[in-house]
Structure formats: structure tokens, C-alpha cells
Write a protein that binds this ligand. Sequence first.
Ligand SMILES: Cc1cc2nc3c(=O)[nH]c(=O)nc-3n(C[C@H](O)[C@H](O)[C@H](O)COP(=O)(O)OP(=O)(O)OC[C@H]3O[C@@H](n4cnc5c(N)ncnc54)[C@H](O)[C@@H]3O)c2cc1C
Length: 369
Amino acid sequence: MDFDTIVIGAGVVGLAVAEAAARSGRSVVVLERHGAFGTETSSRNSQVIHAGMYYPAGSLKARLCVPGNRSLYAWCARHAVDHARVGKYIVATSPEEEPALDGILARARENGVDRLERVTAAEIAREEPNVRATAALWSPNTGIVDAHQLMASLVAEARAHGADFAFQHRVSGIARESDGYAVTAIDPQGEPATITARSVINSAGLDCDTVAALAGLDDPELRLTYVKGSYFRVRRRGFVRHLIYPVPPPKLAGLGVHVTLELDGAVRLGPDVEVLPDRRLAYQVDEARAVAFHQAASRYLPDLRLDEVYPDQSGIRPKLTPSHGGVPDFVIREESARGLPGLVNLIGIESPGLTCALEIGALVETLLP
Ligand SMILES: Cc1cc2nc3c(=O)[nH]c(=O)nc-3n(C[C@H](O)[C@H](O)[C@H](O)COP(=O)(O)OP(=O)(O)OC[C@H]3O[C@@H](n4cnc5c(N)ncnc54)[C@H](O)[C@@H]3O)c2cc1C
């Protein structure tokens, strides 16, 4: 075997898996189709370090996000990755929305989220003069991180533990061999190259279902829907000082158009929710959506003007549609039960995947031979 472990995909999750596997003494190579790490979803998100209050108790999202919040802050401090524990308010804009805050608070307690508390309209008015709310939840441990710096630190640590990176290598085949796998990738010259390893991690983000199919797992339960989220920027800096989220819509289709901050103080609105039926990577942001963004945010930012909102970037969620109809969870599965020992599929790693990345890395490492 050429390596102990092949990691497919150099997004934040693949990088965290590679770092954990290399640190535990395995020989690792990361295969990435683009010329650099993190050029897809990992650099097209809100960069929020979530606290874990939304996800159903016992779900992987809840179980990985709560410790993920702590381990990500610790990693950032240790590796000088820019971040800020800015805190977030989840706001009710009418008394009818307030019971939903109690629901989130109860779920947060079940999930082990500490220091989430209910605050009054007067307190929000004092802290956030531009926000209108009848009540809110305050989450002091929600923050923001520079995702690029985080990924660069993971690459540096993985390399320090001996991991190799093969950029511009698109995986096109995965064949089971007696003691592992032969993975074929198309190299920069367009030639197929075959690499063997005892274990393979599929962290191919928006293509994780097609990569699973390359290994023979064409399971309808694993098929993704692409759900785009666009962002708009607000020209006025200092408009808010914390992250501001509305009460989320049912089934967590997204978290509702919310306000996030960049580390440089810039203010963004988004992401919204738009299903892309044909699975195209259509990242362009439609200017005409400004009206809907303005309308959604005006519910809690009454002074926001339409002319100070302009298009920013977008990202695409790799969304699973669970047959039980509830909130989709991450699928993190070692495939021995399906005759593919040593293959680990990471499917549907949408939000809060950035927050969970280090914990996913630690979990996957325990699944490897
Ligand atoms: C709009 C939006 C907002 C979000 N906001 C947040 C947030 O605030 N906080 C949070 O915690 N999470 C957030 N997330 C989720 C987070 O961004 C993702 O969970 C995370 O980036 C997923 O990382 P990944 O490594 O799995 O995927 P990716 O970053 O997509 O990386 C997958 C990699 O696999 C490569 N690849 C695919 N197929 C092949 C192949 N055949 N051969 C070789 N390489 C291949 C791709 O080129 C890509 O580089 C958000 C997501 C979206 C879409």
C-alpha cells in the first residue's frame, strides 16, 4: 500500500481529518481536484463558530457542535487563527415568536450548551440600538473565525505530521482490493494516476454522493440536493455589534436571513435558501434578491435602507433529504456493514460543519484501521 489513508477533498473537513490521521502516526495523502485548499463551501459560508443550540438532541450535529465550539476556540488560540467571540442574539419580533425562544433554550440545555440566556427588550435596545425585538436569547459563546487561516493552519499541522497533498487531482475511481483500496485520480496532465491505501475518507463536500457512488454505494438516501445561500452586504459599518438571528424557520431549512459580522467589522445579511434543481454550481448572486433580503431583515432592523444593501457572495449547502422528513443530520459512516471496510463517508456536511470540523476529524480517526 502507498499510504495508510487517502483523504478525498481539501475543504475544512477533509483537512481536519487529514491532520488528525497524520497526527496519530498514519501516512496520509489528500487528493483535491482544485489547485488549492478550501475553494468551495469552506470559503463560502458565514464563518460563524456556532454554539449548538438548534440541532435535535442526540443528533451528530448537536453532539459534534457543542464540543466543536470549544475545541475550535482552543485551536484558534493555539495556532494564532484570527477569531472573535462576538456573541449572538436570537430575536423575537413579536410576542407570538417568543415561545420559539423557550423551545430553543430548552433544546440548548438538552444539548449541553452553556451560558445561553433569555434577555429583555430593554437590554437588547441598550446593546443594539438598531435592532427591534420584544425579547431575545443571548449566546455569548457564538463567534466568528477566519476560515482561510483556519484551513491554512490545518494544512501546516498536517504537513508537519508528514501528510502529503496532491492538488489538481480529481478522483475518478475507487476500487476495493484485498487489503484496502486503489483510488484513481486524473492528474494535472489529464492522465490517470492510481494510489493505494488501507482506508479512504470521502470528504468531497458537494460531490460526496457521487464519490460514494464511485465506490459502489449509490444509495438514494445519500443523494444530495444543492441549496444555495446568497449574501448581501450592508454599507453602514457598526450597524450592529453582535450577530443577530431571527427565530429560525421550521425544519431548519436555513436559520432565517440573519446578520453576521466579519472580523474587520463589515456587516452581512444572509444566507437565504434557494434550491438548485439541476445541481449546477451557480454562485452568482441575483441583485433582484435585495428587496427580499431587505424585507426579511427589516423585521428586526427597521432603520435598514434598501439602498445600503448590495450583493456579496453565495455558498451551496450539500443537503440530504431524510426519509423521516425531519431535520437532516450529518452522515458519518464507516462502511464495513456494506462490504467496504476502511471506507468512511462524510455526507451532507452542511452547517455547522465548519464549527464541527475538528471534532469530525477526531471522530473519523477512531473509525480508521
Ligand atoms: C451558505 C453557507 C453558510 C454556512 N455557514 C456556516 C457557519 O457559519 N458555520 C459553520 O460551522 N458552518 C457553516 N456552513 C457549513 C460549512 O461551510 C461546511 O460544513 C464546510 O465548509 C464543509 O467542508 P467540507 O470540507 O466538507 O466541504 P468543501 O469545503 O466543499 O470541500 C470539499 C472538497 O472536495 C473536493 N472534491 C470534490 N469532489 C472531488 C473529487 N472527485 N476529487 C477530488 N476532490 C474533490 C472539492 O473540490 C472541495 O475542495 C455553511 C455552509 C453554507 C453553504
